[in-house]
Design a protein around this ligand. Structure first.
Ligand code: PAF
Length: 286
């Protein structure tokens, strides 16, 4: 596996792949890789001859008071895992490679504006987050120019934003969403799970149990979506979660669904101790 942190050597290796007519699959990450990331890599390997992974803890997508400083950085271990999986190229750009013109203080840079999708759910509680994600992903797409890029469905809203980004800005890349990878007890895998203390870790699975319960309620005919959100939200709060949102939404628009809709996604974000957890569940009532 080659590891590069500058754009010219990245482009050199990529052009060697392309000159041999090989397809390139790309998995952008912020590192601290877990089985969910490795599943993205496995699926990437099925879609292209060469897999490129990036690790960059993007400062701009963290809000004030969020965990940018403490975000786990485990580059050596990550590189070993990727090497063992047979990944071709690991791109680990520095802040100045990613944002050469930007002073982190003055925010003097260009941004991709996302619009409506970035104003709801995680976007409402993390203003600017999806614009920062869309910007860094655009830059990474321009650097790597992959044929296909893979993202986890745990970050459902992010995946939708990226689908819109690619469509709106005509990036010639196929976007593949990969289903959520879960721990044995159902907790969705996330780099932030390691902020959970032992007792919190046990309780954290309540999120998944509630999603399953809501899914069952919907499948057995419950159509009072707001009532269902309310009672599930109360249950989470009783287990000491601080609820950000728990909503039954239209999976395309992320607006709250009304009782006539059949294609739904239940989206939840809640904090337990220092960990902000998100999860979701697609429900098709047809
Ligand atoms: O999902 C992530 O890890 C990040 O948001 C991404 C897509 C790598 C952009 O920084």
């Amino acid at each position: 596996m080659r590891q590069v942190d500058q754009i010219p050597p990245l482009r050199k290796v990529l052009s060697q792949f392309r000159s041999r007519g090989e397809r390139i699959a790309f998995v952008p990450t912020m590192g601290n890789l877990h089985q969910g990331h490795l599943e993205l890599v496995r699926q990437a390997q099925q879609r292209a001859e060469q897999v490129v992974v990036s690790i960059f803890v993007n400062p701009t997508q963290f809000g004030e008071g969020e965990d940018f400083e403490s975000y786990p950085r485990t580059l050596e271990r990550d590189a070993r895992l990727l090497r063992e999986m047979g990944v071709s190229l690991l791109f680990t750009p520095t802040d100045t490679v990613m944002y050469p013109d930007r002073s982190l203080e003055t925010q003097d840079t260009m941004w991709v504006e996302v619009g409506g999708l970035s104003e709801v759910l995680c976007g409402a509680s993390r203003p600017g987050h999806f614009s920062a994600v869309a910007t860094v992903v655009s830059k990474l797409f321009n650097m790597v120019q992959p044929d296909v890029a893979l993202f986890g469905e745990k970050d459902f809203q992010q995946l939708l934003v990226i689908h819109h980004l690619v469509k709106a800005l005509d990036f010639p890349v196929e976007i593949v969403g990969v289903p959520i990878f879960r721990e044995q007890d159902g907790l969705a895998m996330s780099s932030r799970n390691q902020y959970l203390k032992a007792t919190e870790r046990k309780r954290a699975t309540e999120i998944y149990r509630l999603l399953q319960w809501m899914e069952q309620q919907l499948e057995s005919g419950e159509r009072d979506f707001r009532g269902l959100e309310l009672s599930a939200g109360k249950r989470l709060q009783q287990s000491d979660f601080v609820l950000d949102y728990l909503q039954i939404c239209n999976p395309q628009t992320l607006q709250q669904a009304d009782h006539g809709e059949n294609e739904l996604v239940i989206l939840v974000a809640a904090s337990l101790g220092a960990a902000r957890l998100i999860d979701n569940c697609r429900v098709s009532l047809r």
